[in-house]
Structure formats: structure tokens, C-alpha cells
Design a protein around this ligand. Structure first.
Ligand code: C2E
Ligand code: MG
Ligand code: MG
Length: 775
């Protein structure tokens, strides 16, 4: 039984944690004093016994006991100095050293006892050795119980030889003593094993506790470090929303002093402190708390909180299983600013700071929704700056931008706070008048807007005059849909532009019909050339001195299959809007040159060029091709351009005109007197001819001023060596005055209507004097 127990202990020992095993080895050597006292008492008693018995064997035994005893004490001191509980191999070696010495010591004691009992009859000696061995064994059973195998070995080695000696001594007393000693051995061994269990269990428990405590402390330290080195602020609340844990970063981000934050504080208390400290100059507790409450109730997962210096914190909450929560603080100022910037950019125009198309749509939608709930009107004023492109091209884009900005400011200043001024893009603005009681108010407002822009602008030292056209659509009369209102105000704007610009127009249903007709015409126009519906007519220009046809102007005619003859005044603007003009213009040029080549060589041909053609970089080569194909001499081709062309980018225009002039082509300024009529153009651009607009001729004989103008232009033309043609001569009287004022050429129904090429050819051939004299 004892053996079984001992073997079980040995197996359990093999599985002991190393530090426990090391502690048990410690218990063998330490403290050194009892070990030293034990060794010394054994040695002294052995010396006493040997001396009294005066037995050389016993002296030898005694000497050995002294040596082994001393070595044990020495090894204990050494162990005390060199022990290393972490080096398990050394621990095992020390255990082996101890075992060897302890077992030797016990065996020597046993030898001493048996020799004393067998070789001597002195009862006192017998008593000494018996009590010494028994005392030794009893001490060992307790002291070395941690390593019961060693203890059992020591007990056996010390007692069993003595017991054998007593048993074989020969009297009953000794024999009985021997038996008792053997029983004593048994119980000492058993006690040793029992104590071992107690000791080991105590050790393991203490050790586990120590390990756990250390681990917990380490963990707490690590947790602390992690918490305080987080880039986010953190607060942990319990189920009752009381603060449990927070980190340094939370204090920094929330701008709270250490003293303001105490465990157990409620979230609302923290908000109050934060407001009192001045962290939220633009918000009060009643403003901040509802949002925070929703967060703390778990109704939302994240909120944004404003702080001083335009800083923003994001507070995100995560619920914990025990009903508490963790709130993370994050500085999102930059993100928020970027988002705000993007949101602003998405809804405001960067250049003027006015609402853009998107925000305008929102405003108009909510204004229309309001309108449905109450009576009244809403007006949409679509504003387009007249000839803004000319300013952009001549003064440069930076000036154009600043002008747009200034226009925005003036419009804003001219409206009420409840009105919206927006920039839709380019030079297009819109004003939304959401609260009108009478539709007529919209007209007054439009006039106010036009007046606001009438005064000249001073941009970078440039005095800039600008006018605008305004198209007005009214809700609910013209519709209650934003797109529809936009479309209708656009049509009204178109009409305002057509009515000479600088004016406002209300939408009228007829405009819608006109727009539809325009769209239909545009569709037809795309196919007109291909279907052969186009024809070039020629109107003669008469030399007023000789009365002969000196030139003819090519004028495009469209024979529409359903509408009959469509006037170029109607379809040329559409062609210009859609860039069809490039193709049409090229075709006219080719036709005109080809026809002119069949006319007498002193008759020139005049071809109208639209601004869009001038922008086309291929213009010069188109002209060259037309001349080459027709073999017309370049000097017989006149290109008529209006001032609108000159308003475009002057460098590019200048370059194009120089190119054409180099070819030997003549340039004439058409419709002079209708636009700016800036004399500086005449100096700057190389014209050979000016064509005075027909509108001046109409007033001849009625308005003295018109005569004066014609006279002045004719005089200037003569000085500059230019030809002066007068358009639209319809009466003899007009012809007389024009001749008298010194104009060089005349054009008009009186002198010849625009006619097909054949007719013109016939007309020239039939001319009685010099074959082509007219009238
Ligand atoms: P424009 O270049 O000023 O042409 C003169 C216009 O005055 C022509 O109108 C002509 O028929 C008209 N006209 C001539 N004499 C009289 C007259 O005594 N009384 C009146 N009331 N009108 C007279 P049309 O042919 O209808 O052309 C109108 C405008 O269309 C032209 O004005 C020109 O700007 C443009 N156009 C015509 N053909 C072409 C073309 O091939 N290309 C381009 N780009 N524009 C063209
Ligand atoms: Mg013309
Ligand atoms: Mg003209």
C-alpha cells in the first residue's frame, strides 16, 4: 500500500510545474541552519559513541559521518548562493547532489547503529544510537517531506539496519524494540507522504494565485498604456450611464480638466461642465443634450458635436452586454470641413458664391410646394448678359470673372431677402421671386434688375457697360413644375434677346409655338442641303458713278417643300446656333465663286460670313479651295462680315483676316451703323468696303440725321480709300441723296432684287449701255 502510494507520488512529481519542483528542492536545502544542526548533532553523537566504545570501526564510521555532514553543510551554503529556480536542469542536479549526500549520511548512521548494537553490549550505547536514529528519522519525515522519495530513503537507511541489529541481538527487549522501530519506519514514511501532499498543494495554490495576480497586474498595466496611447478618446459608462473608465485622450479632445471628470459622473453632468468651461461657444446645454441623449439611449450610433475653434468631434457609441456602453471620441474637424466644403461646392457657385443650379432647384421646389398651400404668385427671372462673350474675349477671362462676380452682387442687392439669386452657369443668372401678390410685381422686379446692371462696372480699371435680357415665367399661371418654368422663362429670354436685348419679356404661349416651330425648322434644315432645297441668289451692287453692275451679293435661299421660300433672316440664326452654318457657308462660298467665274471679270461677288465661320480654323483653306476650284481671281471675292465677328477674340480674328487679305481677298464691313459702329475697328482691321445698313436709307428724306450720318461715313470712306455701299435703296429719291452724298455703290430693290444666277447673268448680258447698265 505504502509502495503504491509512493509510486503514485513519484508519477505525480513528474508532472509538477517546474517552479513548484524548484520550491520543493529549496525546502531540502533551506534554511541552512537546521540542516547544519542536524548534521552536527549526528557527527557529535557518532564521536561520542565511538569514543565510549573505543572501537576503530566506529571511529571510521564517525569520520565518514563528519566528512559527509560537512559536505552537506557546504553544499547547502553553495546552493543558497547559486540556486536558480528558472534553470530546471540545475535544479535537478542540486536535487541529485542532495539525495546522494543525504542517503550517505543516513546509511552511515545506520551502519554506526548496527555496528554498535552487534559489537557492543553497553546498554547506554544502544540507547544513544536508537534514540538518535529514531529522532533523525522523525525529523527527516517532516523536513524532507516535500521530496518523500529522499525522505523515505533516509528513514530506511538510518533505521532498518538498527532494527535488524536489535532483532538479531538475542533478547526479547531488543527484538521488541526492533519490531517497534520497523513499525515506526512505516508510519514515518506514511507521514512523509501525507505531509508531501499538503506541502505540494499549498505550494501550487500559492503559486497559481501569484501567477494570476502578476498576470492581472501586467494586463492592467498594458491596458492602461493602450488606453492612454489611443488616438481616440474613450469613455466607458455603466448601465446607469455613469462614467466608469476614461482615457487621457478623452480629456484632451473634450477639453475637460482632470478635476472635472470623476468616476460615477453622469453624461449630462459632463456636458454641463463642458459648456461652462466654454467649450461650445455657439451651443447651450439644451441644444446639445437632446442629441447626446439619443446617443446614450442607443437611438443613434454616432453624433457630431461642435466645439470651440470650429472643431468637430464624432461621438460613436457601442453597447456592452452588461447594459453599459463605450463612447469613442474622434476629432473629425478636417473630415467635417472637407465634407462641408464639398457640400458647399455642390450647392454654391464657386465664382460668385451664389447658389448654383442644384440649390436653385431645391429652392424652387420648396417655393412651389409653399405656393400650393397659399394664394399668390412666384416668378422666375432668367437673366442672360448681352454680349458677355465679347467682354470675355476682349478684356480677358479674369476681367470676365470679376464682372460676373460684380453682377451677382448687384443682383443680390436688388432683391429682397426672401428672393433667391443663383448663377446657372456662364453668364446666366436666375432670380426667384417666391412671394408675389400680383403678377405685375414681377415686371417691376425685372426692371429693377435691369436698372441695377445698367450703371457701368469698374473692373480692374476698365469701365465696362453691360446690358442683360430677362425672361420671366410665372407660377402657377405658366406651370408648377420647375422644369417647365425653366423652359418657359428660357423661351421668354429668347424673345427678349430677339427683341433687341436689354429688355425683359414675360412668357407667352405663342413663344412656345415659336420654339416648336424653330425646332421643326432646325430638323428640316439639317437635311435641306442634301435634298437640294438650297439655292444661292444674287443681288446686284451698282457703281453709282457709272450705273453699272460692279458686284453681286450672294444671298442664300431655302425652298422649303411645305413652307415655300424661307428667309435667311429666319434660318441663318438657327444654322449658327447648331453649327450647320459651317457646312452651309462653305457650300454658298463654292456656289458663289463658281457663278462669279461665269460673270464678266469686272464683276465681283460678295459672300456673307457668319461669326461661327470665323471661329472655324479652316476658313482660310475653305476660301482657297473655293477659289481654286472656280479659278476665280481672289480680287473678285469680297467677304462680308458684321461687327459681331470683330467682337470675338481680336487676336484670332485679326490673324484670320490677315490670312484672307494675304490671299488677295477683299473684306467689307456689313450692316454698318447697327452695332457699336466703332470707328476703331476700321483702323484696326483691313477693310476695303463699308456697307451702310438699310435702316439709314429708310429714314432718308424724313430724318436729317440719317443724311448727316451717310455723309460723314462717305467722307471718312473717301479719306480712308474705302468703297462705301449703301444697302436697301428702294426709291429714286434715296438713290439721288446717296449719290449726292458721295457714296460709291448702291444696293436695293430699286437697283435689282436678289435673283437666281441665270437671271443675273441674263440681266448683265441684256444691259443696254456697256451691256450692264441699270436704270
Ligand atoms: P445682308 O447681308 O445685310 O443682306 C442684305 C439683305 O437685305 C438681304 O436680305 C437682301 O435681300 C435685303 N435687301 C436688299 N435690298 C433691299 C431693299 O431694297 N429693301 C429691303 N427691305 N431689303 C433689301 P436676305 O437675303 O433676306 O438676307 C438677310 C440676311 O441673311 C443677310 O443680310 C445676311 O446677313 C444673311 N444671309 C443671307 N445669306 C447668307 C449666307 O449665305 N451666309 C450668311 N452667313 N448669311 C447670309
Ligand atoms: Mg451682306
Ligand atoms: Mg447688310
Amino acid at each position: 500500500m505504502l509502495l503504491n502510494k509512493a509510486l503514485a507520488v513519484r508519477r505525480a512529481d513528474a508532472q509538477l510545474p517546474q517552479d513548484v519542483r524548484a520550491a520543493l528542492v529549496d525546502s531540502l536545502y533551506l534554511p541552512v541552519a537546521p540542516l547544519a544542526v542536524g548534521a552536527l548533532s549526528g557527527a557529535i553523537i557518532s564521536a561520542m559513541v565511538a569514543t565510549r566504545a573505543n572501537d576503530p570501526w566506529l571511529f571510521a564510521c564517525c569520520l565518514a559521518i563528519w566528512l559527509v555532514g560537512l559536505s552537506r553543510v557546504a553544499s547547502a551554503f553553495l546552493y543558497k548562493r547559486r540556486r536558480d529556480a528558472t534553470d530546471f536542469r540545475r535544479v535537478r542536479r542540486w536535487e541529485r547532489i542532495y539525495t546522494a549526500a543525504a542517503w550517505s549520511f543516513a546509511a552511515l548512521l545506520g551502519l554506526l547503529s548496527i555496528l554498535t548494537v552487534l559489537n557492543h553490549t553497553d546498554g547506554a550505547l544502544h540507547l544513544v544510537v536508537a534514540t538518535t536514529s529514531a529522532g533523525y528519522a522523525a525529523g527527516i519525515s517532516g523536513r524532507n517531506a516535500g521530496r518523500p522519495f529522499i525522505a523515505i530513503g533516509q528513514i530506511m537507511l538510518a533505521i532498518v539496519p538498527l532494527a535488524i541489529g536489535l532483532l538479531v541481538y538475542g533478547d526479547v527487549m531488543h527484538a521488541a524494540m526492533g519490531v517497534v522501530l520497523l513499525l515506526f519506519v512505516y508510519s514515518m514514511c506514511d507521514i512523509s507522504l501525507i505531509i508531501r501532499d499538503v506541502v505540494v498543494e499549498a505550494l501550487v495554490t500559492t503559486r497559481d494565485k501569484a501567477v494570476l495576480t502578476t498576470r492581472f497586474e501586467d494586463q492592467t498595466k498594458r491596458f492602461d498604456v493602450a488606453l492612454n496611447n489611443m488616438s481616440h478618446g474613450l469613455c466607458m459608462f455603466d448601465g446607469q450611464n455613469r462614467l466608469l473608465v476614461w482615457n487621457e485622450r478623452f480629456l484632451q479632445l473634450a477639453g475637460l480638466p482632470d478635476s472635472a471628470v470623476v468616476a460615477g459622473a453622469r453624461a449630462k453632468y459632463l456636458v454641463r461642465r463642458s459648456v461652462r468651461i466654454g467649450n461650445h461657444p455657439e451651443a447651450s446645454v439644451p441644444q446639445l443634450w437632446p442629441e447626446l441623449r439619443r446617443l446614450s439611449m442607443g437611438e443613434v450610433e454616432q453624433i457630431f458635436m461642435p466645439f470651440r475653434d470650429q472643431r468637430w468631434m464624432a461621438l460613436s457609441r457601442r453597447a456592452m452586454p452588461d447594459g453599459g456602453s463605450v463612447v469613442i471620441f474622434e476629432d473629425v474637424t478636417e473630415r467635417k470641413q472637407a465634407e462641408d466644403r464639398i457640400a458647399h461646392m455642390a450647392r454654391y457657385d464657386e465664382l460668385t458664391g451664389l447658389p448654383n443650379r442644384n440649390l436653385f432647384r431645391e429652392r424652387i421646389a420648396s417655393a412651389l410646394a409653399r405656393l400650393q398651400r397659399r394664394s399668390g404668385y412666384m416668378a422666375m427671372h432668367l437673366i442672360d448678359l448681352d454680349r458677355f462673350k465679347g467682354i470675355n474675349d476682349t478684356l480677358g477671362h479674369p476681367v470676365g470673372d470679376r464682372l460676373l462676380n460684380a453682377v451677382g452682387q448687384r443682383l443680390q442687392a436688388a432683391v429682397r431677402r426672401s428672393d433667391t439669386v443663383a448663377r446657372l452657369g456662364g453668364d446666366e443668372f436666375v432670380v426667384l421671386n417666391a412671394r408675389l401678390t400680383q403678377p405685375e410685381e414681377a415686371g417691376r422686379m425685372a426692371q429693377r434688375l435691369l436698372d441695377a446692371l445698367a450703371a457701368p462696372f469698374n473692373i480692374d480699371g476698365h469701365r465696362v457697360h453691360i446690358t442683360a435680357s430677362v425672361g420671366i415665367a410665372l407660377a402657377p399661371g405658366d406651370g408648377v413644375d420647375p422644369d417647365e418654368l425653366m423652359k418657359k422663362s428660357d423661351m421668354a429670354l429668347y424673345a427678349a434677346k430677339a427683341d433687341g436685348r436689354g429688355v425683359f419679356r414675360f412668357f407667352e404661349p405663342a413663344m412656345d409655338a415659336a420654339a416648336q416651330a424653330r425646332r421643326a425648322l432646325e430638323m428640316d434644315l439639317r437635311n435641306a442641303l442634301g435634298r437640294g432645297e438650297m439655292e444661292v441668289y444674287f443681288q446686284p451692287l451698282i457703281d453709282l458713278k457709272t450705273g453699272r453692275i460692279c458686284a453681286c451679293e450672294a444671298l442664300l435661299r431655302w425652298h422649303h417643300p411645305e413652307r415655300g421660300l424661307v428667309s435667311p433672316a429666319e434660318f441663318i440664326p438657327i444654322a449658327e446656333e447648331t453649327s450647320l452654318i459651317i457646312q452651309l457657308g462653305e457650300w454658298v462660298l463654292n456656289q458663289a465663286c463658281a457663278e462669279a467665274a461665269r460673270l464678266p471679270s469686272d464683276v465681283k461677288v460678295a459672300v456673307n460670313l457668319s461669326p461661327a465661320q470665323f471661329k472655324d480654323t479652316n476658313l482660310a483653306s475653305t476660301v482657297v479651295t473655293a477659289l481654286a476650284r472656280s479659278r476665280l481671281s481672289p480680287g473678285r471675292l469680297e467677304l462680308e462680315i458684321t461687327e459681331t465677328v470683330l467682337l470675338q477674340d481680336s487676336h484670332a480674328t485679326m490673324r484670320a483676316m490677315r490670312q484672307l487679305q494675304k490671299l488677295g481677298v477683299r473684306m467689307s464691313l456689313d450692316d454698318f451703323g447697327t452695332g457699336y459702329s466703332s470707328l476703331s475697328y476700321l483702323r484696326k482691321f483691313p477693310f476695303q468696303k463699308i456697307k451702310i445698313d438699310g435702316s439709314f436709307v429708310k429714314d432718308l428724306g424724313i430724318d436729317e440725321g440719317s443724311v448727316a450720318i451717310i455723309r460723314a461715313i462717305a467722307g471718312m470712306g473717301a479719306d480712308l480709300g474705302m468703297d462705301i455701299t449703301v444697302e436697301g435703296i428702294e426709291t429714286e429719291e434715296q438713290l439721288r441723296i446717296v449719290k449726292a452724298e458721295g457714296c460709291t455703290e448702291g444696293q436695293g430693290y430699286l437697283l435689282g432684287r436678289p435673283m437666281p444666277a441665270d437671271a443675273l447673268r441674263k440681266r448683265i448680258a441684256d444691259a443696254p449701255t456697256g451691256k450692264r447698265k441699270v436704270a
